[in-house]
Design a protein around this ligand. Sequence first.
Ligand code: ZN
Length: 219
Amino acid sequence: MYKHFWLNGEAVELPVGKVVCVGRNYAEHAKELNNPIPVEPLLFMKPASSIVPLEQEIILKAGFGRVDYETEIAVLIGSKLRDVSEGEAKAGIAGVGVALDLTLRDLQSKLKEKGHPWEKAKGFDGSCPLSGFVPAERIEDWENIPVQLHIDGKLRQDGNSSQMLNGILPLICYISTYFTLEPGDVVITGTPAGVGSLESGMQLKAAIPDVLECTTSVE
Ligand code: ZN
C-alpha cells in the first residue's frame, strides 16, 4: 500500500508494509497500567491500513469502548534493514515524527486476559495517526529526544527517549533480527506515562519540542 508522507515539507510516496510497535518501553508507563517491565522488547504490529494523517480529525468508533491515546516518537525507515548494527540502523532512518498509538483499551484488556493476540485493539482502521516527518539529520542525539502531548492546553504526556528501556537505535537492531524493515515502514517506539482516554471535542497537540508539532481534534 502506497502512502503519502510529508518529509521536510515535501510529499513523498512510499510503499508502507507495516508499522512495528513496541509495548512497555518506558518503565513509568508499564507501571501505570500495572504491567511488568519486559526483559526484552515487546513487539507488535499495525497494518498499513491503520495509518491516517494526524492532522485529520480523530473519529471515535461507537460501540468499541474506551479509546486511549499513546503519544510516541515515530521513525520512518529509508532503506532495507536486516540484522543491522546501530550505525546501520541510524543510516537507514529517513525521518522522525510523532504518532498516536490508539488503543481500544477495554478490548485489549479482555484479549490480554484470555491470552489472545491484540491486533483488533491495536491495529484497527485509523489506529495510527501519524504526523509528517523531519529528516533524521535534524536529530543530534537519538538518546535525548523529547516527546509531548498537550490536551486542551494542558501537558498530559512529557517523555524523552532517554527514559526508554530500549533506545531507538538498539530497538531498530532488535526488530531487524525478526522483521526486515523496508523503506516506508514505520517504527513507533513506545509511550511515556500519562496515557488516558480520548473524549469528544478534545484538542490535541503532539510535539517533539523544537523539531515538530502537530495538532488535531477528536470529533
Ligand atoms: Zn504504544
